[in-house]
Design a protein around this ligand. Structure first.
Ligand code: AHR
Length: 524
């Protein structure tokens, strides 16, 4: 008995030594990590809508972000901001919420601006809005951005008739009461909106419904959204709450079973809340513990996508229904001095790398995840752009640069890759050091790589199978510190620069990834 215990102990000891040795090997920055890229075996198309955006009537996203007053006090679109956003090819912009969608009554936002009633934004700061940004202004914005509309209708406090008439107002091509009203308000042609959300977070701020109750309500609302001409509604149902992991399988199961045949997209929401709702810190004031925790938590969206997809596969094996990650991003403490309820936060290198690894995950699931919307575009949560509160200035955030660098993956074919991701350990947490995705379009291959390890560089030895390339070029996003961010005084503290750490020799590509960096390479 004693001998047996001793030999088990010895075995365990030996195993520990072995495991320790392999961990040490994996963490050795000099040891190249292997990547195999199959350039001749393209997978599904990475839908450009994975790079989607979200603009809610919240804080200074619309009013003070997209929609600003000129010197005479007249409202107008914020042209310089729109120009900057055009450079990241926004494929769609989800509007008007968010939770606000289930409070919004569209008829209050049409007609002469000075005759529109006001609305108190009860949820977000209690501010009174003048409804000057309504349906026509949103469509003006959509056109200026060169993007596609994604409207979320009011289920929580609205009626079926209200949603059906909004749909008719925007899309009816012929003579109809709503089309005539639209024409009277200056828009002859229908806008041809197809993405249509039937409520938002109906398990929470959108009405606190059960999956069974929501499914019935969903079917009732969806029944009255009719196709007109070529425009068919792409009906998007509330998906599970992956942030809190509340009833996640039950929601998906219930809604897919009861209403799946009338659903075109299921809208899952997942926020990275480091420390939980009670333990959040500022976007720019954190240590390595919060750095690694952010990646550990952000990576969990992969599990949520897998488990939700597995349920969807049972009801929809053909993958007709899109899994949409309709809200995602980092949710920090608001910046000191910002208005209560406005969710205004800074954006550091950590946010950028959380964005790149999240986009890698969405890319890898391109067969089911066909749309995602980072929350939100301007001045709210993980924004692309921060604008001055009292002035015209604005800065591009590190996350903006990720979207600009990753736009090469939009509508490209996903390339399968095998990555030895290494390990990054801090105290009791270990996560993979690297994340990657690759795609091909127009004869070019793009490979994006993120090194989450803030302390060590990693060399990647990539075998490029099934392709012949003669050149490699790339850009890198990194900074000296984990908390580096852009301010109105230093707008380019975190910005992409040329990358000179890749060498191509035949089928072999060697890449030296500095600590805490993201690189996008182009192979021709
Ligand atoms: O993006 C902020 C809020 O987060 C949205 O209004 C809501 O849908 C989610 O809970």
């Amino acid at each position: 008995m004693t001998r047996c215990t001793i030999s088990v102990c010895c075995l365990l000891f030996l195993l520990t030594l072995l495991l320790g040795a392999s961990t040490a090997l994996a963490q050795n920055a000099d040891e190249p990590l292997r990547l195999i890229l199959n350039a001749d075996a393209p997978g599904p198309t990475i839908n450009r809508h994975i790079y989607g955006h979200f603009a809610e009537h919240l804080g200074r996203d619309i009013y003070g972000g997209f929609w600003v007053k000129d010197d005479d006090g007249a409202w107008q679109l914020n042209q310089p901001v729109i120009e900057a956003l055009r450079r990241i090819n926004p494929p769609n912009v989800r509007w008007p919420g968010g939770c606000f969608a289930d409070y919004y009554h569209w008829r209050d936002g049409i007609g002469p601006r000075d005759e529109r009633p006001t609305i108190v934004n009860t949820l977000w700061g209690g501010v009174t809005e003048d409804n000057s940004f309504g349906t026509h202004e949103y469509m003006q914005l959509v056109e200026a951005l060169g993007t596609e509309p994604f409207v979320v209708g009011n289920v929580g406090s609205g009626t079926v008739e209200e949603m059906a008439t909004w749909w008719e107002y925007m899309n009816h091509p012929g003579k109809s009461p709503m089309a005539d009203l639209r024409r009277a308000n200056g828009q002859d042609e229908p806008w041809g909106v197809r993405f249509w959300g039937v409520g938002n977070e109906s398990w929470g701020c959108g009405g606190n419904m059960t999956p069974a109750y929501y499914s019935d309500v969903y079917k009732r609302f969806a029944t009255f959204l009719h196709g007109y001409g070529d425009v068919r509604p792409f009906r998007i149902a509330t998906g599970p709450d992956a942030t809190s992991n509340n009833d996640l399988p039950e929601w998906t199961e219930g809604v897919m079973r009861e209403a799946g045949r009338m659903i075109d997209g299921l809208d899952l929401h997942y926020y990275t809340v480091v420390g939980g709702w009670g333990g959040r810190t500022l976007a720019t004031e954190f240590a390595e513990a919060e750095w690694i925790a952010a990646f550990e938590q952000a990576r969990r969206v992969d599990d949520h996508i897998r488990s939700t997809s597995a349920i969807m596969d049972r009801y929809d094996p053909q993958k007709r229904v899109w899994l949409i990650v309709g809200e995602w991003g980092m949710w920090h403490l608001p910046e000191p001095g910002s208005e209560r309820g406005f969710l205004y936060q800074q954006n550091a290198l950590r946010d950028a790398l959380v964005a790149s690894i999240s986009l890698d995950i969405f890319n890898q699931h391109a067969d089911r995840v066909r749309m995602a919307n980072i929350a939100q575009t301007i001045n709210v949560l993980q924004a692309m752009i921060l604008t001055e509160r009292d002035g015209d200035g604005f800065v591009l955030t590190p996350t903006y640069h990720v979207f600009e660098m990753y736009k090469v993956h939009q509508d490209a074919e996903l390339l399968p890759l095998t990555l030895e991701a290494g390990e990054y350990t801090y105290v009791d947490k270990t996560i993979p050091a690297l994340s990657a995705s690759a795609s091909t379009k127009d004869g070019r291959v793009h490979l994006s790589l993120t090194n989450m390890d803030p302390n060590q560089s990693h060399t990647v030895q990539a075998s490029l199978r099934g392709g012949s390339f003669s050149s490699v070029s790339g850009r890198i996003l990194t900074a000296e510190t984990m908390t580096a961010h852009n301010t109105f005084e230093q707008p380019d503290a975190v910005a992409p620069t040329s990358f000179h750490g890749a060498r191509l020799k035949g089928e072999q590509l060697t890449i030296m990834l500095p600590p805490k960096s993201m690189v996008v390479l182009e192979l021709e």
